[in-house]
Design a protein around this ligand. Structure first.
Ligand code: UD1
Length: 369
Protein backbone atom coordinates (compact mmCIF):
# COMPACT_ATOMS: atom_id res chain seq x y z
CA UNK A 1 0.00 0.00 0.00
CA UNK A 2 1.19 3.51 -0.82
CA UNK A 3 0.56 5.83 2.13
CA UNK A 4 -0.67 9.34 1.31
CA UNK A 5 -1.79 12.18 3.55
CA UNK A 6 -4.27 14.39 1.65
CA UNK A 7 -4.67 17.95 2.92
CA UNK A 8 -7.56 20.38 2.57
CA UNK A 9 -8.34 23.53 4.50
CA UNK A 10 -10.38 26.20 2.76
CA UNK A 11 -13.54 26.14 0.67
CA UNK A 12 -11.95 25.95 -2.80
CA UNK A 13 -9.87 22.97 -1.65
CA UNK A 14 -12.92 20.81 -1.01
CA UNK A 15 -14.02 20.57 -4.66
CA UNK A 16 -10.43 19.66 -5.56
CA UNK A 17 -9.87 16.98 -2.92
CA UNK A 18 -13.24 15.24 -3.56
CA UNK A 19 -12.38 13.48 -6.86
CA UNK A 20 -8.84 12.72 -5.65
CA UNK A 21 -10.11 10.89 -2.56
CA UNK A 22 -12.54 8.97 -4.76
CA UNK A 23 -9.84 8.02 -7.27
CA UNK A 24 -7.49 6.80 -4.50
CA UNK A 25 -10.27 4.64 -3.11
CA UNK A 26 -11.24 3.20 -6.50
CA UNK A 27 -7.64 2.40 -7.34
CA UNK A 28 -7.28 0.29 -4.20
CA UNK A 29 -3.50 0.51 -3.90
CA UNK A 30 -3.44 3.37 -1.42
CA UNK A 31 -3.86 3.98 2.28
CA UNK A 32 -4.99 7.59 2.74
CA UNK A 33 -5.33 9.92 5.71
CA UNK A 34 -7.50 13.00 5.10
CA UNK A 35 -6.42 16.04 7.12
CA UNK A 36 -8.62 19.15 7.31
CA UNK A 37 -6.65 22.08 8.70
CA UNK A 38 -9.80 23.91 9.80
CA UNK A 39 -8.83 27.13 7.99
CA UNK A 40 -12.50 27.36 6.98
CA UNK A 41 -14.85 26.11 9.68
CA UNK A 42 -18.38 27.58 9.31
CA UNK A 43 -20.93 24.92 8.38
CA UNK A 44 -21.65 26.71 5.09
CA UNK A 45 -17.94 27.13 4.27
CA UNK A 46 -16.93 23.56 5.08
CA UNK A 47 -19.21 20.72 6.34
CA UNK A 48 -21.85 21.42 3.68
CA UNK A 49 -19.31 20.65 0.95
CA UNK A 50 -18.26 17.38 2.58
CA UNK A 51 -21.91 16.29 2.65
CA UNK A 52 -22.77 17.38 -0.88
CA UNK A 53 -19.59 16.14 -2.54
CA UNK A 54 -19.50 12.93 -0.51
CA UNK A 55 -15.99 13.61 0.69
CA UNK A 56 -15.05 11.15 3.46
CA UNK A 57 -15.13 12.72 6.91
CA UNK A 58 -11.64 14.06 7.67
CA UNK A 59 -9.59 11.62 9.73
CA UNK A 60 -8.08 14.60 11.55
CA UNK A 61 -9.20 18.22 11.89
CA UNK A 62 -6.43 20.54 13.05
CA UNK A 63 -9.02 23.20 13.93
CA UNK A 64 -6.71 26.15 13.35
CA UNK A 65 -9.46 28.67 12.51
CA UNK A 66 -8.84 32.27 11.43
CA UNK A 67 -5.85 34.48 12.13
CA UNK A 68 -3.24 36.64 10.48
CA UNK A 69 -1.25 34.96 7.72
CA UNK A 70 1.66 34.28 10.06
CA UNK A 71 -0.50 32.92 12.85
CA UNK A 72 -2.57 30.76 10.52
CA UNK A 73 0.47 29.34 8.72
CA UNK A 74 2.42 28.75 11.93
CA UNK A 75 -0.50 27.04 13.67
CA UNK A 76 -1.03 24.66 10.74
CA UNK A 77 2.67 23.81 10.75
CA UNK A 78 2.77 23.13 14.49
CA UNK A 79 -0.29 20.93 14.42
CA UNK A 80 0.49 19.12 11.14
CA UNK A 81 4.03 18.01 12.02
CA UNK A 82 3.03 15.36 14.61
CA UNK A 83 0.46 13.96 12.17
CA UNK A 84 3.14 13.35 9.54
CA UNK A 85 5.52 11.91 12.13
CA UNK A 86 2.90 9.46 13.33
CA UNK A 87 1.39 8.37 10.00
CA UNK A 88 4.76 8.10 8.20
CA UNK A 89 3.38 8.66 4.69
CA UNK A 90 5.17 8.06 1.41
CA UNK A 91 3.62 11.28 0.11
CA UNK A 92 1.71 14.33 1.29
CA UNK A 93 -0.67 15.74 -1.31
CA UNK A 94 -1.71 19.41 -1.16
CA UNK A 95 -4.06 21.28 -3.51
CA UNK A 96 -4.48 24.88 -4.60
CA UNK A 97 -2.86 27.98 -3.16
CA UNK A 98 -4.24 28.74 0.29
CA UNK A 99 -2.23 29.20 3.50
CA UNK A 100 -2.87 25.57 4.46
CA UNK A 101 -1.21 24.47 1.19
CA UNK A 102 2.16 26.07 1.85
CA UNK A 103 2.07 25.39 5.60
CA UNK A 104 1.62 21.62 5.14
CA UNK A 105 4.03 21.63 2.20
CA UNK A 106 6.83 23.09 4.30
CA UNK A 107 6.29 20.63 7.14
CA UNK A 108 6.36 17.75 4.65
CA UNK A 109 9.63 18.51 2.92
CA UNK A 110 11.41 19.39 6.19
CA UNK A 111 10.55 15.89 7.40
CA UNK A 112 12.01 14.43 4.21
CA UNK A 113 8.64 13.26 2.86
CA UNK A 114 7.75 13.63 -0.83
CA UNK A 115 5.37 16.48 -1.60
CA UNK A 116 2.72 16.41 -4.34
CA UNK A 117 1.10 19.66 -5.48
CA UNK A 118 -2.16 19.54 -7.41
CA UNK A 119 -2.89 22.71 -9.42
CA UNK A 120 0.77 23.62 -9.73
CA UNK A 121 2.31 26.23 -12.03
CA UNK A 122 -0.46 28.84 -12.05
CA UNK A 123 0.97 32.36 -11.84
CA UNK A 124 -0.72 35.76 -11.65
CA UNK A 125 2.74 37.43 -11.48
CA UNK A 126 1.25 39.64 -8.77
CA UNK A 127 3.20 39.14 -5.57
CA UNK A 128 0.81 41.34 -3.62
CA UNK A 129 -1.63 38.39 -3.71
CA UNK A 130 -1.05 36.04 -0.78
CA UNK A 131 -1.97 33.12 -3.03
CA UNK A 132 0.83 33.94 -5.49
CA UNK A 133 3.42 33.62 -2.74
CA UNK A 134 1.85 30.32 -1.68
CA UNK A 135 1.94 29.03 -5.28
CA UNK A 136 5.55 29.95 -6.03
CA UNK A 137 6.84 28.56 -2.73
CA UNK A 138 4.82 25.34 -2.83
CA UNK A 139 5.90 24.58 -6.39
CA UNK A 140 9.54 25.23 -5.60
CA UNK A 141 9.58 22.51 -2.89
CA UNK A 142 7.29 19.93 -4.52
CA UNK A 143 8.46 16.57 -5.85
CA UNK A 144 5.50 15.87 -8.15
CA UNK A 145 3.61 18.76 -9.74
CA UNK A 146 0.22 18.28 -11.42
CA UNK A 147 -0.78 21.09 -13.77
CA UNK A 148 -4.18 22.16 -15.14
CA UNK A 149 -3.20 24.17 -18.22
CA UNK A 150 -0.25 24.73 -20.57
CA UNK A 151 0.68 28.09 -18.97
CA UNK A 152 1.52 26.13 -15.80
CA UNK A 153 3.99 23.95 -17.70
CA UNK A 154 5.60 27.04 -19.25
CA UNK A 155 5.85 28.85 -15.91
CA UNK A 156 7.46 25.90 -14.12
CA UNK A 157 9.84 25.39 -17.00
CA UNK A 158 10.89 29.06 -16.83
CA UNK A 159 11.42 28.73 -13.08
CA UNK A 160 13.85 25.87 -13.71
CA UNK A 161 11.75 23.07 -12.27
CA UNK A 162 12.82 19.71 -13.67
CA UNK A 163 10.26 18.71 -16.29
CA UNK A 164 10.35 15.08 -15.11
CA UNK A 165 8.44 16.23 -12.02
CA UNK A 166 5.73 18.07 -13.96
CA UNK A 167 2.58 16.54 -15.47
CA UNK A 168 -0.28 18.17 -17.37
CA UNK A 169 -3.28 16.19 -16.16
CA UNK A 170 -6.29 18.53 -16.43
CA UNK A 171 -8.42 20.04 -13.75
CA UNK A 172 -9.78 18.24 -10.68
CA UNK A 173 -12.22 21.09 -10.00
CA UNK A 174 -13.76 20.33 -13.38
CA UNK A 175 -13.90 16.62 -12.49
CA UNK A 176 -16.18 17.70 -9.63
CA UNK A 177 -18.28 19.98 -11.80
CA UNK A 178 -18.88 17.33 -14.45
CA UNK A 179 -19.64 14.66 -11.85
CA UNK A 180 -22.26 16.89 -10.20
CA UNK A 181 -23.79 18.63 -13.20
CA UNK A 182 -26.88 16.42 -13.39
CA UNK A 183 -27.41 16.27 -9.65
CA UNK A 184 -27.22 20.07 -9.44
CA UNK A 185 -30.13 20.32 -11.87
CA UNK A 186 -32.35 18.95 -9.08
CA UNK A 187 -31.56 21.95 -6.87
CA UNK A 188 -34.66 24.09 -6.22
CA UNK A 189 -32.61 27.30 -5.89
CA UNK A 190 -34.06 29.08 -8.96
CA UNK A 191 -37.62 28.58 -7.71
CA UNK A 192 -36.63 29.48 -4.15
CA UNK A 193 -35.23 32.81 -5.31
CA UNK A 194 -38.00 33.36 -7.87
CA UNK A 195 -35.57 33.36 -10.81
CA UNK A 196 -36.12 32.70 -14.48
CA UNK A 197 -33.29 31.13 -16.47
CA UNK A 198 -30.83 33.64 -17.98
CA UNK A 199 -32.38 36.62 -16.18
CA UNK A 200 -29.95 36.88 -13.32
CA UNK A 201 -26.26 37.47 -12.68
CA UNK A 202 -24.26 35.68 -9.97
CA UNK A 203 -21.77 37.74 -7.99
CA UNK A 204 -18.93 36.56 -5.75
CA UNK A 205 -16.37 38.90 -4.20
CA UNK A 206 -13.86 38.10 -1.50
CA UNK A 207 -10.37 39.25 -2.59
CA UNK A 208 -8.85 41.66 -0.09
CA UNK A 209 -8.01 44.05 -2.99
CA UNK A 210 -11.75 44.37 -3.76
CA UNK A 211 -13.51 44.02 -0.43
CA UNK A 212 -10.99 45.31 2.13
CA UNK A 213 -10.43 48.44 0.01
CA UNK A 214 -13.65 50.42 0.41
CA UNK A 215 -12.89 52.73 -2.56
CA UNK A 216 -12.64 49.75 -4.88
CA UNK A 217 -15.67 48.09 -3.33
CA UNK A 218 -17.65 51.30 -3.83
CA UNK A 219 -16.73 51.44 -7.54
CA UNK A 220 -18.01 47.90 -7.95
CA UNK A 221 -21.26 48.67 -6.10
CA UNK A 222 -21.83 51.67 -8.41
CA UNK A 223 -21.75 49.33 -11.41
CA UNK A 224 -24.16 46.93 -9.70
CA UNK A 225 -26.58 49.84 -9.21
CA UNK A 226 -26.81 50.09 -13.00
CA UNK A 227 -26.73 46.40 -13.92
CA UNK A 228 -29.53 45.52 -11.49
CA UNK A 229 -31.90 47.51 -13.68
CA UNK A 230 -31.55 44.69 -16.28
CA UNK A 231 -30.79 41.59 -14.27
CA UNK A 232 -31.51 40.31 -10.80
CA UNK A 233 -28.20 40.15 -8.94
CA UNK A 234 -27.60 37.17 -6.65
CA UNK A 235 -24.74 37.84 -4.26
CA UNK A 236 -23.86 34.97 -1.86
CA UNK A 237 -21.59 36.71 0.54
CA UNK A 238 -18.22 35.43 1.78
CA UNK A 239 -17.55 35.89 5.54
CA UNK A 240 -14.66 38.29 4.84
CA UNK A 241 -16.91 40.48 2.69
CA UNK A 242 -19.75 40.23 5.22
CA UNK A 243 -17.49 41.44 8.03
CA UNK A 244 -16.29 44.39 5.97
CA UNK A 245 -19.81 45.44 5.08
CA UNK A 246 -21.14 45.36 8.64
CA UNK A 247 -21.98 48.90 9.69
CA UNK A 248 -20.50 50.41 6.50
CA UNK A 249 -22.14 52.95 4.19
CA UNK A 250 -21.81 50.42 1.37
CA UNK A 251 -24.19 48.06 3.15
CA UNK A 252 -26.87 50.76 3.03
CA UNK A 253 -26.34 51.15 -0.72
CA UNK A 254 -26.52 47.40 -1.23
CA UNK A 255 -29.69 47.14 0.86
CA UNK A 256 -31.37 49.86 -1.15
CA UNK A 257 -30.99 47.99 -4.46
CA UNK A 258 -34.37 46.43 -5.17
CA UNK A 259 -32.98 43.84 -7.54
CA UNK A 260 -29.96 42.64 -5.56
CA UNK A 261 -30.34 39.61 -3.31
CA UNK A 262 -27.70 39.13 -0.62
CA UNK A 263 -27.49 35.61 0.73
CA UNK A 264 -25.32 33.60 3.06
CA UNK A 265 -22.62 31.45 1.41
CA UNK A 266 -24.40 28.72 -0.54
CA UNK A 267 -23.60 25.10 -1.15
CA UNK A 268 -21.95 23.56 -4.19
CA UNK A 269 -25.03 22.15 -5.90
CA UNK A 270 -27.14 25.29 -5.51
CA UNK A 271 -24.26 27.42 -6.70
CA UNK A 272 -23.69 25.24 -9.75
CA UNK A 273 -27.37 25.41 -10.72
CA UNK A 274 -27.47 29.18 -10.18
CA UNK A 275 -24.36 29.68 -12.30
CA UNK A 276 -25.28 27.25 -15.06
CA UNK A 277 -28.52 29.14 -15.70
CA UNK A 278 -27.25 32.68 -15.23
CA UNK A 279 -26.86 35.37 -17.85
CA UNK A 280 -23.54 36.43 -16.44
CA UNK A 281 -21.10 35.88 -13.58
CA UNK A 282 -19.15 38.70 -11.93
CA UNK A 283 -16.39 37.41 -9.68
CA UNK A 284 -12.90 37.75 -8.28
CA UNK A 285 -12.56 34.03 -7.54
CA UNK A 286 -10.03 31.80 -9.26
CA UNK A 287 -12.04 28.61 -9.65
CA UNK A 288 -15.20 30.30 -10.90
CA UNK A 289 -13.31 31.55 -13.96
CA UNK A 290 -12.72 27.89 -14.81
CA UNK A 291 -16.26 26.74 -14.02
CA UNK A 292 -17.86 29.41 -16.24
CA UNK A 293 -15.52 28.33 -19.06
CA UNK A 294 -16.95 24.82 -18.91
CA UNK A 295 -20.53 26.07 -18.46
CA UNK A 296 -20.11 28.53 -21.37
CA UNK A 297 -21.37 31.44 -19.28
CA UNK A 298 -19.86 34.92 -19.76
CA UNK A 299 -17.63 35.80 -16.81
CA UNK A 300 -16.28 39.21 -15.83
CA UNK A 301 -13.35 38.83 -13.45
CA UNK A 302 -12.79 42.01 -11.46
CA UNK A 303 -9.04 41.75 -11.25
CA UNK A 304 -5.98 43.13 -13.03
CA UNK A 305 -4.58 39.66 -13.71
CA UNK A 306 -5.41 36.00 -13.68
CA UNK A 307 -3.31 32.96 -12.90
CA UNK A 308 -5.65 31.00 -15.19
CA UNK A 309 -4.98 32.55 -18.63
CA UNK A 310 -6.52 29.66 -20.55
CA UNK A 311 -9.93 30.93 -19.36
CA UNK A 312 -9.21 34.13 -21.32
CA UNK A 313 -7.62 32.64 -24.43
CA UNK A 314 -9.94 29.66 -24.80
CA UNK A 315 -12.75 30.16 -22.32
CA UNK A 316 -15.48 32.70 -21.59
CA UNK A 317 -13.61 34.86 -19.09
CA UNK A 318 -12.75 38.54 -19.40
CA UNK A 319 -10.53 40.55 -17.05
CA UNK A 320 -12.09 43.87 -16.12
CA UNK A 321 -10.47 46.75 -14.20
CA UNK A 322 -12.02 47.61 -10.88
CA UNK A 323 -13.55 50.76 -12.29
CA UNK A 324 -17.25 51.51 -12.64
CA UNK A 325 -17.06 52.63 -16.27
CA UNK A 326 -14.92 49.67 -17.31
CA UNK A 327 -17.28 47.22 -15.65
CA UNK A 328 -20.25 48.83 -17.41
CA UNK A 329 -18.45 48.95 -20.74
CA UNK A 330 -17.80 45.21 -20.65
CA UNK A 331 -21.25 44.53 -19.30
CA UNK A 332 -22.76 46.32 -22.30
CA UNK A 333 -20.67 44.26 -24.72
CA UNK A 334 -21.88 41.04 -23.09
CA UNK A 335 -25.46 42.34 -23.12
CA UNK A 336 -25.23 43.23 -26.82
CA UNK A 337 -24.28 39.57 -27.44
CA UNK A 338 -27.48 38.49 -25.65
CA UNK A 339 -25.38 37.08 -22.80
CA UNK A 340 -24.09 34.33 -25.09
CA UNK A 341 -20.52 33.11 -24.71
CA UNK A 342 -18.83 30.35 -26.64
CA UNK A 343 -15.37 29.08 -26.00
CA UNK A 344 -13.25 25.99 -26.29
CA UNK A 345 -12.81 23.41 -23.54
CA UNK A 346 -9.17 23.36 -22.40
CA UNK A 347 -7.16 20.17 -22.91
CA UNK A 348 -7.91 17.37 -20.40
CA UNK A 349 -10.72 19.28 -18.66
CA UNK A 350 -12.71 16.12 -19.21
CA UNK A 351 -13.54 14.75 -15.76
CA UNK A 352 -10.59 12.35 -15.61
CA UNK A 353 -7.85 14.46 -14.02
CA UNK A 354 -7.96 12.71 -10.62
CA UNK A 355 -7.69 9.27 -12.23
CA UNK A 356 -4.61 10.46 -14.16
CA UNK A 357 -3.07 11.85 -10.98
CA UNK A 358 -3.49 8.60 -9.08
CA UNK A 359 -2.04 6.51 -11.92
CA UNK A 360 1.03 8.75 -12.18
CA UNK A 361 1.64 8.65 -8.41
CA UNK A 362 1.45 4.86 -8.51
CA UNK A 363 3.85 4.47 -11.38
CA UNK A 364 6.33 6.95 -9.86
CA UNK A 365 6.18 5.13 -6.53
CA UNK A 366 6.94 1.73 -8.08
CA UNK A 367 9.70 3.22 -10.27
CA UNK A 368 11.56 4.42 -7.18
CA UNK A 369 10.80 1.57 -4.73
C1 UD1 B 1 -8.99 32.02 1.71
C2 UD1 B 1 -7.76 31.87 0.81
C3 UD1 B 1 -8.10 32.32 -0.61
C4 UD1 B 1 -9.35 31.63 -1.12
C5 UD1 B 1 -10.48 31.83 -0.13
C6 UD1 B 1 -11.74 31.14 -0.56
C7 UD1 B 1 -5.57 32.22 1.84
C8 UD1 B 1 -4.44 33.16 1.95
N1 UD1 B 1 -6.66 32.69 1.26
O1 UD1 B 1 -9.30 33.40 1.78
O2 UD1 B 1 -7.03 32.02 -1.46
O3 UD1 B 1 -9.69 32.16 -2.38
O4 UD1 B 1 -10.07 31.30 1.14
O5 UD1 B 1 -12.76 31.33 0.36
O6 UD1 B 1 -5.46 31.09 2.26
N2 UD1 B 1 -14.17 33.33 8.11
C9 UD1 B 1 -15.34 32.92 8.70
N3 UD1 B 1 -15.70 31.61 8.61
C10 UD1 B 1 -14.95 30.69 7.94
C11 UD1 B 1 -13.76 31.11 7.35
C12 UD1 B 1 -13.37 32.42 7.43
O7 UD1 B 1 -16.05 33.72 9.30
O8 UD1 B 1 -15.35 29.51 7.91
C13 UD1 B 1 -13.79 34.75 8.16
C14 UD1 B 1 -12.82 35.08 9.25
O9 UD1 B 1 -13.12 36.33 9.74
C15 UD1 B 1 -11.49 35.17 8.54
C16 UD1 B 1 -11.89 35.69 7.17
O10 UD1 B 1 -13.17 35.11 6.93
O11 UD1 B 1 -10.61 36.00 9.20
C17 UD1 B 1 -10.94 35.32 6.10
O12 UD1 B 1 -10.69 33.90 6.11
P1 UD1 B 1 -9.24 33.34 5.59
O13 UD1 B 1 -9.26 31.85 5.55
O14 UD1 B 1 -8.17 33.99 6.37
O15 UD1 B 1 -9.14 33.93 4.15
P2 UD1 B 1 -10.21 33.98 2.95
O16 UD1 B 1 -10.47 35.39 2.66
O17 UD1 B 1 -11.34 33.06 3.21
Amino acid sequence: MIKVICVCGARPNFMKIAPIMKAFKENGGFQTLLVHTGQHYDQKMSALFFDELKIPKPDINLEIGSGSHAVQTAEVMKRFEPVVLEFKPDYVLVVGDVNSTIACGLVTVKLGVQLIHVEAGLRSFDRSMPEEINRVLTDSISDILFVTEQSGIDNLNREGINSDKVHLVGNVMIDTLLANREKAEQSPILEQLGLEKKKHAVITLHRPSNVDDMDNFSKIISAFEVIQKDLKLIFPIHPRTQKNLEGSFLKTRIDSMANLVLSEPIGYLDFLKLTAHSALVITDSGGIQEETTILQIPCMTLRENTERPVTLTEGTNKLVHVDTQDILKHYNIIKSNDFEARGAIPKYWDGKAAARIVEIIKSKFYESN
